[in-house]
Design a binder for this molecule. Structure first.
Ligand code: GTP
Ligand code: MG
Length: 197
């Protein structure tokens, strides 16, 4: 699929403020700094469409981007950022949960995982929460440009083993880098297939 247009539509602090749920939508979630906003820029080939930062906690609201005038990409705040206060964490948590559990046009939630590190409890628990609430998700491993091919293969096979301890089958997953653009076309192809349904 070719991305011809990508437009920032709006930032929303709750579901009511989100655009009308009248087009397919795909959201990016994961720990702070894992590369959600960068991946949106890589997919759309726009340098600064979604705001990124080397400091975690950059994205703080629900951001909608309209692609090819027909579907949405959604950038969400990260979870698991230690420096966020207990009160803010509760507000963000509720905002994200309400969005993920109630957004009726959300076709798939992409859970981003840093391909460099071992499986994290917070990510595995997040997936279980999605699963138990019936939210369809796929995994996207990020920042593969920071690993050698062998390191990447080892990390991926460790991750798959870990997932199979709790899941009967592996979720759909993609292996990506916003720097090398690895996996970009795979993700777009999958979205295109879902858009045709
Ligand atoms: P929050 O909005 O804070 O939750 O973070 P985020 O998940 O949106 O991460 P963001 O895209 O802002 O990227 C965080 C940092 O990681 C930035 O310094 C990016 O340049 C860097 N980064 C993101 N993706 C990649 C990647 O594929 N490769 C490399 N080398 N760096 C990346
Ligand atoms: Mg972000």
């Amino acid at each position: 699929m070719k991305i011809k247009t990508s437009v920032f539509v709006k930032s929303s602090a709750n579901n009511e403020q989100c655009p009308k749920p009248d087009r397919p939508e795909y959201a990016f979630i994961g720990r702070s700094n894992v590369g959600k906003s960068s991946l949106i820029n890589a997919l759309t080939e726009r340098r600064d469409l979604a705001k990124t930062s080397s400091k975690p906690g950059k994205t703080q609201v629900i951001n909608h981007f309209l692609i090819n005038d027909s579907w949405y990409l959604v950038d969400l705040p990260g979870y698991g950022y230690a420096k966020v206060s207990q009160a803010d964490r509760k507000i963000w948590g509720e905002m994200i949960n309400n969005y993920l559990f109630q957004r009726e046009n959300l076709i798939c939630t992409f859970v981003l995982i840093d391909s460099r590190i071992e499986p994290q409890k917070v990510d595995l628990e997040f997936m279980e929460k999605l699963g138990s609430n019936g939210v369809p998700f796929a995994l996207i491993f990020t920042k593969t440009d920071k690993l050698t091919a062998t390191q990447l293969q080892n990390h991926l096979s460790d991750y798959k083993k870990k997932l199979l301890e709790t899941w009967d089958e592996l979720p759909l997953f993609f292996v990506t880098s916003s720097v090398s653009k690895q996996g970009r076309l795979d993700v777009l192809k999958q979205i295109d297939e879902w858009n045709q349904l």
